[in-house]
Design a binder for this molecule. Structure first.
Ligand SMILES: NC(=O)C1=CN([C@@H]2O[C@H](COP(=O)(O)OP(=O)(O)OC[C@H]3O[C@@H](n4cnc5c(N)ncnc54)[C@H](O)[C@@H]3O)[C@@H](O)[C@H]2O)C=CC1
Ligand SMILES: O=C(CO)[C@H](O)[C@H](O)COP(=O)(O)O
Length: 299
């Protein structure tokens, strides 16, 4: 298969590498020429604009968007629109708001798949977990691409109609916030508490057979190994927050109580007042662990 990939940052580059690795062809475009050059070095055909990208694609176009959620997706779709028809398929693999995806699926001339992507840049070797919403035929059509980008055939699933992929990913991120919060609280007590503990060894022993072992806990272990038990210069400011906000808004609308996710989101907002909490510093460092998001550091 031949896949057009638009957006070649931390995540898009991995999509390119994995799709090429599965012997598909890739045509790649990004606003940043350096990112396009990196994709070309990996074996992709480079495009210097969206219209150049569509010109290089086969008649039935398969296009994967991996640009930042929000305006960049709309701008890209606007540019693509006049080149698309009902036999084409567009996948949005970013963290778009699910209601935006429903709107885009309705207005796009191509079949539109909203694809929640989990695993982060750090999960590249293993492959991602993909939660896909949209028409069944389009999902089936892209199956070999999903096999390549995901951990394999078990790493992707069609969730249901348009919007459902990004809806499931939104809730996934709410869970991610709460898990980071609870690990942060446990390690904060261990750090402030009555024993002088090596937190890397605590995380390591927990990761070996304990009930609470997980990838996030492995990233806690990595953070303590690289930063020290006191987290060194990692600041207590936690960025991000959009997917968690959407999760809480949706929970209020559905009258489903989510106190843990709400508290974790509140901690993020409160962290921007900078008062040095250990649990916030760990959450800040964990966002780098999975997402390669910049780590605010203290002076
Ligand atoms: N980093 C992570 O852990 C994860 C990110 N995501 C989502 O994947 C999407 C991409 O994220 P990252 O790769 O981390 O971001 P990034 O900032 O590393 O890369 C975004 C790329 O898109 C390009 N771009 C922006 N606007 C464009 C446009 N109009 N046309 C063409 N290229 C454009 C930028 O030049 C950049 O190379 C976002 O929606 C993000 O929320 C999803 C799962 C995990
Ligand atoms: O989707 C992700 C991981 O699953 C991204 O890393 C996302 O950026 C995390 O959300 P936030 O930026 O609000 O921490």
């Amino acid at each position: 298969m031949q896949l057009g990939v638009i957006g070649l940052g931390r995540m898009g580059q991995i999509v390119v590498d994995r799709v090429l690795g599965a012997d598909h062809d890739v045509v790649a475009f990004d606003l940043d020429a350096e990112a396009v050059a990196t994709a070309a070095d990996a074996g992709a055909e480079s495009a210097d604009s969206i219209s150049d990208l569509v010109d290089r694609l086969d008649e039935e176009k398969r296009i994967w968007l991996m640009v930042p959620a929000g305006e960049a997706v709309d701008v890209t779709l606007e540019e693509l629109e006049s080149h698309l028809g009902p036999d084409d398929v567009v996948v949005d693999g970013g963290n778009s708001y699910f209601e935006d995806s429903v709107r885009r699926a309705e207005s796009c001339s191509a079949a539109y798949l909203d694809c929640g992507t989990s695993g982060g840049p750090a999960g590249a070797e293993l492959g991602f977990s993909l939660m896909v919403g949209g028409p069944e035929w389009a999902y089936a059509e892209l199956e070999s691409v999903f096999d390549a980008v995901a951990t394999g055939p078990d790493g992707h699933e069609r969730m249901g109609e348009s919007g459902s992929g990004h809806y499931v990913k939104m809730v996934h991120n709410g869970v991610e916030y709460a898990l980071m919060q609870t690990y942060g609280e446990g390690f904060e007590l261990l750090h402030e508490g009555r024993y002088d503990l090596d937190l890397e060894s605590v995380a390591s022993v927990w990761n070996n057979g304990a009930v609470i072992r997980s990838w996030l806990l492995e990233l806690c272990e990595e953070a303590f190994r690289e930063e020290g038990s006191d987290l060194g210069t990692v600041a207590d400011r936690i960025e991000g927050g959009s997917t968690g906000t959407w999760t809480v808004q949706e929970a209020l609308e559905q009258e489903v109580p989510l106190p843990l996710i709400y508290t974790a989101l509140g901690e993020r907002f409160d962290s921007r007042a900078d008062d040095g909490r250990f649990s916030r510093r760990l959450a800040n460092r964990l966002r780098y662990g999975f997402g390669r998001h910049e780590v605010p550091r203290r002076e």
